[in-house]
Design a binder for this molecule. Sequence first.
Ligand SMILES: [Zn+2]
Length: 292
Amino acid sequence: MTARLPTKHPTSQRSTSQRIEHQDVEGLRVGRILTQLTSSCILYRVGATVIDTGPPNQWRTVRRFLQERDVTRVVVTHHHEDHSGNLARAHQDLGAPVFSPPAAVAPIAAGFNLKPYQWAIWGKPRRVESQPIPDQIDLGNGRRLQAISAPGHSHDMTCYLEPDRGFLFTGDLYIASKTRYLRSDEDIRQQIISLRRILTLDFETVFCSHRGVLESGRDALGKKLDFLVELCERVHHLRNEGRDIPEITRMLVGREGLMTLLTGFHFSKRNLIASCYNAVLPQQAVAKVRPR
Ligand SMILES: [Zn+2]
């Protein structure tokens, strides 16, 4: 799950959808705009494989997208409700085989706690038994997807690489190069390690679940890694001066904003600084990313 602040003007609750195409990859952005907090999520279809399923309250739109073509399998990048939200419906209503990262199988089968704002914006997913995703997924026509674990945003976050074309489906690994808020259960140290490892792979185009298609996706991920490493270094410098987390938060990212209040402190600036404060970075993750 992710949330970000959009336009200034408040609007009443409404749903939106938007088609995305890049070569033969088709995408559908679905979501709901609620007051000043907007979140939408993009499903991608490559061949007969669908990656992510959108939030539960968007099922009618998602179902039409799934029914347009034969679907061999539906996979998710992680268990958050805006990604796995319709996995159960895809399986139970349409009979699609459903897969998730091994660490996501249990929460998707047993259900997981949602905050009130998550219920309001995305709805509650049904439970389903999904199969653990294999390391290699055969797309047909000689193409394949490779599943790559990339924890940090969540413990089960997984990217899918199509090596032939250098396409990388990143789920919520990227979202933005810079951030001022962090979810309470995200781990900056793990995000840095995952970004560093992902950047050793051969890819150029990123398919982000929230930002859409980034043709210079490698550069974008490199910028995010640099931003997080530099932020950690600044936080550690201030920590070494004896400053505490609330003080460093005010100095580097300012006072808490509307996002913090709307999410009941699930997202906050303090979470971001605290995760940096407590991160001990491995040496290889500190090295700056250089463009190829
Ligand atoms: Zn997420």
